[in-house]
Design a protein around this ligand. Sequence first.
Ligand SMILES: [Zn+2]
Length: 187
Amino acid sequence: MLPVIIWFSLFIPQSYASGHAFHRWELYAWHRLASEQYIIEGAGITIDVTYYTERMDGPYSRSHFEEVAQTTYDHLSSQISIGPGSALGPCFEWRLVVYDVSQEFLHSRSALYWYPWTATRQRLYGVYDSLSADSPNTAVIVLRSDLSAGIHRQTLAHELTHYWYDMCVSDRSAGESYAQSAEELYD
Ligand SMILES: [Zn+2]
């Protein structure tokens, strides 16, 4: 894996930040950590990832994103023929925005106005979205920053598998069983 770092700066003030997936989230005083590009071997694509965090501490998705992205792509491609040369054709390479947020934020229904809430007291570790009208050609992963390192990796693997399924299979289903099986990579 060869990361190509195109832009990096710690804690750019919110007033200079850009690149949010959701217009309303520009109001939150979050920190844009970095934007990076990763070449995913086998997929033949480069993904452009922007990271935002709500807190200055806690596990950052950025520290293990590249490894989990490659591992989950390899895992999905071992189960379904995807990517260059497959009958499904090349994967899309939509931009990804990754948010590390508090438990309170993730469970706020006004903040996650686009999430398809079902149960009244639904508890989440992370979510994936690529459908909101606020985020054209952009996919989003939102993760709780209060998780243990192990659960954080499992949750990132789950949500990244949704991304790969969305980008490479694109059958308008979420690929939930594949996302769940990817959690076992980090048991
Ligand atoms: Zn899922």
